[in-house]
Each structure stands twice: as C-alpha cells, then as structure tokens.
Design a protein around this ligand. Structure first.
Ligand SMILES: Nc1ncnc2c1ncn2[C@@H]1O[C@H](COP(=O)(O)OP(=O)(O)OP(=O)(O)O)[C@@H](O)[C@H]1O
Length: 614
C-alpha cells in the first residue's frame, strides 16, 4: 500500500444512522432559551453525532437551536452566496470572502473546491503535506459497478416526455445545420446507437435534436434548455461520435495523457455524474473517460488518468491541479465543454475558467470547439461567454430562457422564521417515503435540520460543503437508494444532479437569486416526469425575490398566489429583478448581430410582460 492508498480515518456521519443517539429533546417546539440544549455539536460528536465537518472539526460552533437567527441567513457558512445578489449580477462582491466569514478561500468558498475539507484544493494535498495544516486527502471512491445492468440503469421517461416536442425552440446564428428528428438521423456509429437504446432513449429531446447536428458540424454552441431535458447527452453523444470517427483510443503508454475532450462542471457530484454518463455512452468502445474532482485522493486520480484518458471530466480546481502537475497535456483538446456554463463564468469560477483556456498548450478558441450548456443564461454572462467562443457560435434556447420546468408544480407557503421547522415537519408527514430534497441556506442549517428530522424519526441525510467527500457520496447513495428518503442540501446540490424519483423539492430557505431557484426545483420533474416544489416564503427575507418568482411562475403556467403578487408589486427597487436580462434570448440580438434565426417562438411577449413591472 503506497502513500495514496491509506485508508481515511475520519469517521463518517450519517444523520439517519445517528438519530438514535441524538439528544432526547424536541427540536420542533421553538422554545428558545433552553440553555441545556443550546449547543450539542461537540458532545454529540462523542456520541457519534456530527463528526463530518470536512476536517474543520474544531470550529466550536454548536447547534444553537434556540437562536433562530443562527439559521436564517446569518452566519458565514452560506453556500448560497449572498442575499441580495441580483440574478446574474456579476459586479461587486469580489470581497465575498469577507462576507462569508470563515469561508476557506474567499469568494470561492461558495464553490465546489472550497466546499470540501481541503478548501482551495489546487495543490491542496501537496500543500497539506508540506505545511501540516490539514490532513492529506486519502479518500478513494468505491469502484463503479462494471455490469451492464448497473451501467445502463435508467431514469424512467415520464408521462410528459412527448410534450417536449411542443416546446418552442429559438436558434440563432448563421448557417444552421438542420435539426434531426430521430437518433438514426444523427448518423452515429453502431456502438453509440446500441448504448443509446440500452439507455432507454427512444427519441431525442429538443436540445438533442438541435445540439447533435450543430456539434457534429463542428460549430461552437451556447445552449439553454430546461432542467432535466437531456443536455448531458446533447454534448456527450456528438463528442464521442467525433472521437470514434477520429479513431481516438486511450493509451496507457504515455506519462502525460492528452485528452481530446475536456468537460468542466462546478460541483463534484455533478462532474461525477457526467463522467458516469460518458462511461455509459462509451461502453464497449476504445474511448476512455476519466473524472477528477476535489476531496478525492490525488494519487488515485493520477493513476486513473495514466490508464489512458480521452475525455477528461473535472471540477476546475482539481483539473488545473492535474494540468499543473504535468499529468495532463492540453494540446490535443478539440472539444471543451462548460456544463452549467453560467455558473462556470460567474465570478466564482470565471478566473479558473480563464486559467484553463489560457493554459499553455490549450488550443485557442479558433482551433477548438467550445460548448456551453445550462438551464439559465443571464445576458451579461452570455456576453462574457462570447470571449470563449468563436464569433459565429450558435445559440439554442429551448423554451423560455432561464424558465422553470413546467412539469414541476410550484407552491408557496408564507412562513416566519419561527414556524418554518414545524411547517417542514408537517409537510414531510404528508410525503411519507417519497424522495424529497430540502434546500437550506447554510451548511450549519443543513446539519441542524437533518438532525431535527432524524430526531423526529424521518430518515434523513445531508449534503453540503463541510462534509467530507466520502460522506457526501454516502449521503447521495443513501438518498438514491431510498435508505434516507429526505436529503437536506445547500445549493451545492442545486445544479445538475439527476436522481431518479425525486418527487419533491422543498425550499426551506429560498435562495437569493432566481437562477438558483430554477435549478433547485429542477431536481424534480425531470425527463417528462412530474414533480412538486414547495417553497417557504418569509416576507421579511424573501421580498427581494418576489418579482422574479412571479415571473417564473407565470411563464411556467403556474398559479401565482395573490399575496406573492402583492409582494412583488410592493418590492420597489428590487435588485434581483432585471426584466431585460430575464426574458431575452441570444444576447447578440438587439446589437448589430446579423443572424439567420430559426425562431420558433418569438419570446418578445414574455419580455413585455416583465417590463410592466418596472
Ligand atoms: N432522449 C432521451 N430519452 C430518454 N431519457 C433521456 C433522454 N435524454 C436524456 N434522458 C435522461 O433524462 C435525465 C435528465 O437528463 P440530464 O441530466 O442530461 O438533464 P439536464 O438537461 O442536463 O438537466 P440539468 O439542467 O438539471 O442539468 C437523465 O436521466 C437522462 O439519462
């Protein structure tokens, strides 16, 4: 056993498994001021409680359940960014680290690489070993199953899958390749076709119908399509097809691996999921995908890369680390994908994204294909994105840009900070064993709510950035399997995660920007399935989101509560409401940009509707 293979010794915590050992008191009757119950973090640790705070064990902050403010937007542990940050508002907040309080690594504390124990884990392991400040990351994820049934386990298409055909699509740019209607028209090789049908895919979704031929034609693409509508396959399939056509084959015989495709996403769990999709679609071919992300032993990942790597999936910090260590060369990169591209170009990740494209050896944008995908794409981020794309990139918007998935029934409950927990428990009593994701604002809040639910015998687990990677992955496994049907999460789990049978999303705390809301509720209602999202609305805190919420609800043909509408009208000067950025499509429109748009649904009506609010 070499250095890299040591077993991690940190104990892991699963709130569900520790529920019997939680202090015997009710968390739900907000009787403040019981000093005996003020803090149970440390004592509970000894009793098998919350041990998994990402190696930051000695923070000494208890679960001050008697102090509600501790859990309502205060505190420096927020992973959800900053209340009051406008949708897509990239300006300002550069000094976010201060606002975050004790975040490791300044503003980037919001993001995946800082979410984990290792903080900014670029070079973290070496640094750790050198300065002795933090334990070396030794976690090695369990091997993935090799059998076909597991690899091709499917997300069942829902009753509304065929309704995707009715969604209107707006494509702009010049020389548009025609869309396909079937996978056969995509002229994919036999192995890919087999893998598509083994995955249970019968026909392409709209973003696939447009994305596949555009990418196959070598064009750069910015694509925006609703959550759960198949964006991952839209970029993976044509890239894999290209690699197969070019005869790419993983070689073990090179010290430096030079992938032909690099895929970047903002969170560890998401990039791992993309990797597993790449592994599925490339099954039985010579193409070898590899994944690298923070919180996992670097040596293990280096060895995986050295087995051969055609498609490298990574979170930005770890990816840059691998490149910096000379384990990965970029000169053969032909395809660069930014998934959740608006996030990858938001201020948190933009520096790393720029570092990646500027790395010596990375082909210039003229020499590579750059693809960007997300369910939300604010106009200012689109403009920034243009720096990374060829001038003639194509833009595809499926449905309302940044709109919520119409298969999710959205409801709102007015709450105060004092009755939220009671309401959550009431709600969960009605959902039984149905899988439910509960989003909260802070990491401490996530631990606290998970513990509260366990106390009430609701099998619950949690995921957030202070949990070690082993715990994060265990939490997802337990949630997926139904062992813990409730997952309490911070915004780290809001984007991209594709977990079958999530019937409910609860916004215990609403996020501070509308994009996060759209992504969070998109964890349900995927792939034509229906889902429910219930959001707790505290007028004292959430007023700034009211207008954007009303807009999202209307566009998704959802009922808008009259009180929310009133709130929206009275919310003058809201910093989050920017009608110009909300309902537009291609940011190049309205400038001197000339295009041969295939505009299947002029989205102008929606824009007008929003302008009335001003
Ligand atoms: N053509 C298809 N037929 C059947 N199932 C599909 C098809 N395309 C994708 N899926 C499945 O739909 C689910 C959602 O796809 P995916 O995760 O790619 O969505 P997404 O658009 O990337 O969502 P998000 O915006 O949340 O990241 C996945 O389980 C995927 O396997």
């Amino acid at each position: 056993m070499d250095d890299w293979e040591e077993e991690e010794t940190a104990p892991s915590f699963n709130p569900a498994s520790s529920s019997n050992e939680a202090p015997q008191r009710s968390f739900w009757n907000g009787d403040a001021g019981d000093s005996r119950n003020d803090s149970w973090n440390h004592s509970n640790r000894e009793r098998g409680g919350f041990t998994g705070r990402g190696g930051r064990g000695g923070r000494g902050r208890g679960f001050r359940w008697s102090n509600q403010d501790e859990f309502n937007g205060g505190g420096g542990d927020s992973e959800n960014g900053f209340r009051g940050r406008g949708r897509g508002g990239r300006g300002g907040f550069r000094s976010g680290g201060e606002q975050r309080g004790r975040g490791g690594g300044g503003y980037r504390g919001r993001d995946e690489d800082v979410f984990g124990a290792a903080g900014d884990d670029r070079g973290a392991e070496n640094k750790d070993a050198a300065d002795g400040e933090r334990p070396k990351v030794t976690y090695i994820p369990p091997s993935l199953p090799e059998d076909e049934d597991s690899i091709f386990s499917q997300y069942k298409m829902g009753i509304n899958f065929d309704k995707y055909d009715d969604i209107l699509v707006d494509v702009s740019g010049t020389n548009l390749p025609p869309a396909i209607l079937t996978f056969e028209e995509a002229k994919l090789c036999e192995s890919l076709k087999n893998n598509i049908s083994r995955s249970g895919y019968v026909k392409p979704t709209p973003v696939q119908k447009y994305g596949l031929p555009i990418i196959a034609a070598g064009r750069d693409l910015m694509a925006c399509a609703q959550t759960g509508s198949g964006k991952t396959a839209a970029f993976l399939l044509p890239i894999l097809q290209q690699l197969m056509t070019d005869g790419a084959a993983a070689s073990r015989f090179s010290e430096i691996q030079e992938p032909e495709a690099v895929i970047v996403a903002p969170t560890r769990e998401l990039i791992n999921q993309i990797y597993q999709e790449a592994r599925k679609f490339s099954f039985g071919t010579c193409v070898r995908p590899v994944v690298v992300y923070g919180g996992v032993n670097t040596g293990y990942q280096i060895r995986e890369i050295q087995k051969g790597c055609n498609v490298l999936c990574g979170t930005p910090g770890r990816l840059l680390d691998m490149i910096g260590k000379g384990k990965v060369g970029l000169s053969k990169v032909r395809h660069l994908v930014l998934d959740e591209a608006d996030r990858m170009l938001d201020m948190g990740f933009e520096p790393d994204t720029r570092r990646l494209v500027g790395f010596p050896g990375m082909p210039s944008k003229e020499e590579r294909q750059t693809l960007m995908f997300s369910a939300t794409f604010p106009e200012d981020i689109q403009r920034l994105a243009a720096d990374f794309l060829k001038v003639d990139y194509l833009f595809v918007a499926v449905g309302v840009l940044g709109g919520a998935c119409a298969d999710v029934e959205q409801t709102f409950i007015q709450v105060t900070k004092f009755n939220k927990r009671e309401k959550l428990l009431d709600l969960l009593r009605t959902t039984g064993s149905e899988r439910t994701m509960v989003f909260v604002e802070t990491k401490r809040q996530a631990d606290f709510i998970a513990a509260c639910l366990c106390q009430e015998k609701v099998p619950t687990t949690s995921i957030h950035g202070d949990r070690e990677q082993r715990e994060r992955e265990k939490a997802l496994t337990d949630f997926r399997s139904g062992k813990c049907p409730v997952l309490v999460a911070t915004s780290v789990a809001s984007r991209g995660l594709d977990i079958p049978d999530v019937q409910h999303v609860v916004n215990f705390d609403l996020p501070n920007n509308i994009d996060d809301y759209v992504h969070r509720i998109g964890r349900t209602g995927r792939c034509g399935n229906v889902g429910r999202a219930v959001s707790f609305y505290d007028p004292d805190v959430d007023n700034q989101l009211a207008r954007s919420l009303v807009s999202v609800l209307s566009k998704a043909q959802q009922e808008v509560p009259s009180w929310l509408e009133e709130s929206a009208f009275s919310a003058h000067g809201s910093s989050t409401f920017n009608p110009k950025t909300f309902a537009s499509t291609d940011s190049r429109k309205g400038s001197s940009f000339q295009d041969s748009s295939v505009n299947f649904q002029p989205p102008a009506a929606a824009a007008d509707e929003e302008e009335n609010w001003e």
